[in-house]
Design a protein around this ligand. Structure first.
Ligand SMILES: [Zn+2]
Length: 242
């Protein structure tokens, strides 16, 4: 049901990408009942995503909802899978709004029933925020674990280095290729890691490394997942269970 590789971890969110995911979920989850919706990317710091629409009443007081728009934050530090959950969450709002269904609250009974059903049937992890803000402003419940793309660099003289990279495929690729070419470097491995200490390292694609003791590096990477560069546009997680 899902694409084979959901791992463009460092991708930059684009409108075509979001539209393609919406079309995909419209077909696979919402029985193609939703017409295409306008998508806007934002950089607002106050919300993850929201589904907005205008309510208009005709002379007889009959309510029409129109101008549906799905706004999604493009500075999210989320995995494609998490982004999918955010998109589906907003699509539930869209569905309820488009169908003119009444709900007890923004994330009321109708919303929750649909959410639980989708989570169960499609193995999703859609959540609702604690704040029921009427315009369906979302915030992720709790702080999500922050995953970092980490390059572990082995030098020819036996030293080890670390670099935390931005989650942008092209930049990771460039760093990987250029550092690997360097005559002092014996090899470089990429990981997706979530050790809190990684927060302390500057995140950039500057061609730098920070020397570190091997033991410390191993500790940081103990539950990290190994990444594999496929090409300039694609980085994949190596499946450890295989
Ligand atoms: Zn919501």
């Amino acid at each position: 049901m899902y694409p084979e590789f959901v791992l463009l971890y460092s991708m930059e969110l684009t409108i075509p990408y979001v539209k393609e995911r919406i079309a995909y979920f419209n077909q696979s989850i919402f029985a193609e009942e939703l017409p295409p919706i306008e998508v806007k990317l934002t950089t607002a710091k106050t919300f993850l995503a929201k589904c907005t629409y205008k309510i208009r009443r005709n002379l007889f007081g009959k309510v029409r909802r129109e101008d549906f728009c799905l706004r999604i934050n493009r500075i999210l530090n989320l995995t494609p899978d998490e982004i999918d959950d955010v998109i589906i969450h907003e699509m539930i709002h869209y569905y309820i709004g488009y169908k003119g269904m009444r709900d007890s609250a923004s994330h009321g009974k109708v919303f929750r029933r649909m959410m639980y059903e989708i989570n169960h049937t499609y193995h999703r992890h859609i959540t609702i925020s604690h704040k029921n803000i009427p315009d369906c402003t979302e915030s992720i419940t709790g702080k999500p674990v922050k995953w970092h793309v980490v390059a572990a660099v082995s030098m020819n003289d036996g030293r080890m280095g670390i670099k935390v990279l931005p989650r942008i495929t092209q930049r990771i690729y460039r760093y990987y290729i250029l550092v690997r070419k360097s005559p002092e470097v014996s090899h470089i491995d990429l990981f997706l890691a979530k050790h809190p200490i990684l927060e302390q390292y500057p995140n950039s694609s500057a061609l730098k490394i920070h020397y570190i003791e091997q033991q410390k590096l191993e500790e940081m990477l103990k539950d990290a997942e190994r990444l594999q560069i496929i090409n300039e546009r694609e980085i994949r997680k190596i499946d450890n269970q295989a």
